[in-house]
Design a protein around this ligand. Structure first.
Ligand SMILES: NC(=O)c1ccc[n+]([C@@H]2O[C@H](COP(=O)([O-])OP(=O)(O)OC[C@H]3O[C@@H](n4cnc5c(N)ncnc54)[C@H](OP(=O)(O)O)[C@@H]3O)[C@@H](O)[C@H]2O)c1
Length: 214
């Protein structure tokens, strides 16, 4: 599948590597195609992994993954909107803000969420919120010694969620839970806060959420 990754931070690069290893063709979208952090991409055949503008990547992908910092999202969404019309867009952003003492909070929440804003802005696309509660290193091949990690997703379009589920399975996820429409992002985004607080308290970023049943 041709996959656009909108954003070239740690998440965008990790997903690009992982998805290429799974046999997908990937284009990373960025403001600066020559940035030094992306030099490694030149070692991969251009047909398999390429780098372009946000719009070029969105045009390339049959499916797009939004992986930009939240404060830039509005601007980036307006750039990619025409190119992702009719396509599935995976939103893994978290609208995180940190206070002076380092405490995390959300810039939107309770009665609104980043996922809903992404869906409202990309009104002709099928937005699926997922992958926002896991570190970039564990998004692909999420193997943990103590339990099977759970990945939640939500979105308004069942067919889009089925496609995203297939992709998550390819990426190694086993316990994938569809929790409803995109409004459920109001639950998923605060879950990231819990994940961050656990990481700070236990000095680890190698942890995941797991729901267990008896
Ligand atoms: N880090 C994690 O483990 C993790 C886990 C789950 C979810 N997330 C979420 O995933 C998203 C990406 O996280 P990240 O850690 O990879 O990187 P990040 O540093 O939060 O974001 C990097 C990306 O944002 C873009 N960006 C930054 N400022 C911009 C601006 N003013 N205009 C346009 N684009 C701008 C960068 O563009 P350029 O390519 O042009 O530099 C880059 O592509 C975030 O929303 C984060 O909350 C992160």
């Amino acid at each position: 599948m041709k996959i656009a990754i909108i954003g070239s931070g740690e998440v965008g690069q990790a997903l690009a590597k992982g998805l290429v290893e799974l046999g997908h063709k990937v284009m990373i979208g960025t403001r600066d195609t020559e940035k030094k952090e992306l030099k490694w991409t030149k070692k991969v055949h251009h047909e398999i992994l390429s780098v372009g503008s946000f719009a070029e990547a969105a045009d390339f992908g049959e499916i797009a993954i939004l992986a930009v910092t939240w404060h830039a999202a509005e601007n980036v969404l307006n750039i990619i909107r025409p190119e992702v019309s009719g396509k599935i867009v995976i939103d893994l952003t978290n609208p995180l803000v940190f206070s002076e003492d380092g405490s995390p909070s959300l810039s939107v929440g309770h009665d609104m969420s980043a996922g809903e804003i992404v869906q409202q802005t990309l009104s002709d696309s099928h937005v699926v919120k997922t992958l926002n509660t896991i570190n970039f290193r564990n998004m692909v091949n999420p193997k943990f010694k103590t339990a099977v990690p759970t990945m939640f997703m939500c979105g308004n379009n069942d067919s889009a969620k089925n496609h995203v589920r297939e992709l998550l399975v390819q990426m190694g996820w086993v316990d994938i839970q569809d929790i409803g429409d995109i409004e459920k992002s109001r639950i998923l985004e605060p879950l990231c806060l819990l994940w961050v607080e656990y990481g700070v308290a236990n000095n680890t970023w190698n942890h995941a959420v797991s729901i267990i049943t008896k």
